[in-house]
Write a protein that binds this ligand. Structure first.
Ligand code: ADP
Length: 669
């Protein structure tokens, strides 16, 4: 029998302390401790037995003096016997009935030291053929403590490393999510990482679709691309895991499956499912890890969902903002643009690109900018409400109704203004056109009823007048009339004839005379009209400028009447220029209107037409001229002739002064 060597209590302590200080690997540390054990207690071999799987057999996790540590060393049931034996301290045990142990130690008895730890107790077994001395037993007791500490240290080290790796996996995951904003891509690499970390066969992440009451597999570590969806009340692990509070192991598909719930704020988000665990897996450890990963994953998923919701809301608001046809611009209190919609940006960028942070003045005309600034001051008062005004703005290109509203932040402070400009250019133009049409209609209605009235009178006067003229003519031609009487008769005839001419003119105006219809060239008629007034113009020193488009289409009409219509306007123009001290000018043009009509424009540089005169110039007998010079029928007749030709005539004051008459006649087919 070997005598126990000199006890040296320092040895194990120093080994442990030195190893910890050196950051030695637990495996090396334990090997060294086994050497110390053998040195201190004697014996041929030393082994540490631990149970890695709950209720599983004991296996050797370290030892010295063996060639092979693998396989089961001690059944769980047998361990109780050892435990009882060593409960009060290291004890020498006979190994009868513990066949595998006895066989592997090659000894029928052994010193057994119970190693307390957080899980099931482990055993340090030293093949000791002889009974140890009491000092050796005391030493063994302390060694047991040392081993417990070393194991705990190793466990902590493993835990720390494992947690560091979990943190790394989660970090990679959150970087992936925030980098791509794609949850699925990041989940896939997370599933792979977790699977590697847990050394399992397959890890998958299932997400809950609340509306569909379904769970969908979003990521799986083994690259199985098949889309899998299950009902939330399915018996599958993923559905069962969703309802748990913590991670758990369950039996499914003939093996143990680890399921961890993914829970968001007040709702279930899904499940982390880990399948195919290695036989020696530390279940408690993995359960904790899975729970932790699930917890952090849930936060990330919840954040991605929230972000997606916020982005969606934001996009919706942006779409609404940009779909508005009204021009919207938001400025801060310094009148710098902080937001604008597409409509505004498009209209404001006519000269230079419209950008944020520019001053409003750079983007809109000074009038609007000034008014918004004014409103700015008004808005500083509490309750400053919206106000509207109409503007013509060259920068934005049109007429606008601008409404400015104070921009109030959530604390109730005014932080800027919202200006909305509605383009009313088209509306204004339509209104002006409508007003013009209304006036024209009123005019033609009035003239039409006047025409009927005048036509009636003209016919009534014409018949007796022709009778008077006929008789006077007979008297003049009669031989027995005295000379002075004849002269008076001639006078009567002339005046009567003048009256008859007026009646004839009236009949033209009322359209009650037959009109010829042939294709005529308007430029030719205009030329003839001008020629007929050449002598009169020369006397009055009036110059004419012409701008004739010989390509202008022909019109269907009565050339003589059209000539009369043009001459009447030309005569008025001559009269108007006569009031001019400087050069007297008439400009005549023949061309085409935008609507494809043949347009004759006659402009003079006279004094123009007074505003109160303008609405009445086409009325019969309306004249501003002295008695004898004007009858007030010239334009009335012209109006009648143009109407007969289905054309229009309008009078206006030319922008450069003087009056302008525009006659549009429909082109002949
Ligand atoms: P009259 O020439 O006999 O007065 P019109 O019917 O031709 O009759 O014209 C009516 C009135 O219209 C004129 O008295 C004059 O006041 C106004 N007028 C017509 N043409 C012109 C013109 N070119 N410039 C200014 N006033 C005009």
């Amino acid at each position: 029998m070997r005598t126990p060597p000199q006890m040296s209590p320092r040895i194990p302590f120093s080994t442990l302390a030195r190893a910890v200080a050196d950051g030695a690997q637990p495996a090396e540390l334990l090997l060294e401790m086994h050497r110390d054990v053998l040195a201190a207690l004697g014996g041929s071999a030393s082994v540490l037995l631990e149970r890695l799987v709950p209720s599983g057999p004991y296996v050797a996790t370290s030892g010295r003096g063996f060639t092979d540590l693998g396989g089961a060393w001690l059944e769980a049931a047998d361990a109780e016997r050892l435990d009882r034996l060593a409960a009060t301290g290291p004890a020498l045990a006979t190994l009868d009935g513990l066949a595998p142990l006895q066989h592997r130690l090659g000894s029928s008895q052994a010193l057994v030291v119970r190693i307390a730890g957080p899980g099931a107790p482990g055993f340090l077994v030293v093949a000791a053929p002889a009974a140890p001395a009491p000092e050796a037993l005391a030493l063994a007791d302390r060694l047991g403590l040392e081993f417990g500490l070393a194991l705990e240290l190793a466990r902590l080290g493993r835990d720390a490393a494992f947690h560091r790796r979990i943190q790394e996996v989660l970090l990679v995951f959150s970087r992936g999510v925030s980098g791509t904003l794609s949850l699925d891509g990041a989940l896939r690499s997370l599933a792979q990482d977790v699977n590697t970390l847990f050394a399992t066969a397959r890890t998958s992440v299932w997400l809950h679709d609340r509306r569909a009451h379904k769970l969908m597999r979003h990521a799986v570590s083994d690259g199985d691309e098949e889309a899998r969806t299950i009902a939330t009340d399915s018996p599958e692990p993923a559905a069962r895991g969703m309802r748990l509070d913590r991670a758990e192991f369950i039996e499914a598909g003939g093996g143990r499956v680890l399921i961890a719930p993914l829970r968001g704020w007040r709702r279930a988000l899904g499940t982390l499912v880990v399948e195919g665990l290695p036989p020696d897996a530390d279940e408690a450890h993995l359960r904790e890890a899975a729970y932790e990963i699930g917890r952090q994953l849930s936060v990330a998923i919840e954040n991605v969902h929230l972000l997606a919701e916020v982005m969606q809301q934001r996009r919706l608001l942006e779409d609404i903002f940009n779909s508005l046809t009204d021009l919207v611009v938001v400025v801060d209190n310094q009148l710098r643009v902080v937001q604008m919609n597409h409509a505004f940006a498009t209209r404001a960028s006519s000269r230079a690109p419209a950008e944020l942070n520019q001053s409003l003045e750079a983007l809109v005309g000074p009038e609007i900018a000034g008014w918004v600034a004014e409103e700015e001051a008004a808005a500083q008062e509490p309750g400053g409400a919206a106000r509207s005004r109409q503007f013509e703005d060259d920068r934005l290109g049109g007429t606008f109704t601008v409404t400015v509203t104070p921009l109030i932040n959530q604390d109730g402070d005014p932080v800027g203004r919202v200006a909305v400009a509605r383009d009313i250019t088209r509306q204004m133009r339509l209104e002006a056109e409508r007003e013009g049409l209304r006036q024209q209609l009123a005019q033609s209605e009035r003239l039409a009823s006047l025409g009927q009235f005048v036509a009636g009178i003209a016919h009534e006067i014409n018949n007796p007048l022709q009778g008077v003229l006929g008789h006077v003519e007979l008297l003049i031609d009669g031989a027995e009339v005295a000379r002075p009487v004849r002269a008076t008769l001639r006078q009567i005839y002339q005046e009567g004839d003048r009256a008859a001419k007026i009646v004839r003119d009236l009949l033209v105006f009322t359209g009650s005379r037959q009109m010829g219809r042939e294709k005529v060239r308007v430029d030719r008629i205009v030329a003839r009209s001008l020629a007929s007034r050449r002598a009169a113009r020369a006397r009055a020193h009036v110059e004419v400028t012409r701008e004739i488009d010989a390509e202008a289409p022909q019109v269907l009409g009565d050339p003589l009447r059209l000539q009369q219509a043009f001459v009447n306007v030309l005569v008025n123009a001559e009269h108007a220029t006569a009031e001019q001290d400087g050069p007297r000018r008439i400009a005549v043009s023949v061309g085409r209107s935008a609507e494809g009509m043949v347009r004759v424009a006659i402009r003079d540089n006279g004094p123009g037409i007074a505003a109160e005169v303008l609405p009445r110039i086409f009325d019969p007998f309306f004249t501003t001229k002295d008695v004898g010079r004007g009858t007030g029928l010239g334009l009335t007749i012209t109006y009648g002739i143009i109407q007969e030709h289905h054309g229009t005539i309008s009078a206006a004051n030319a922008p450069g002064g003087g009056a302008q008459f525009t006659i549009d006649l429909p082109a002949a087919e």
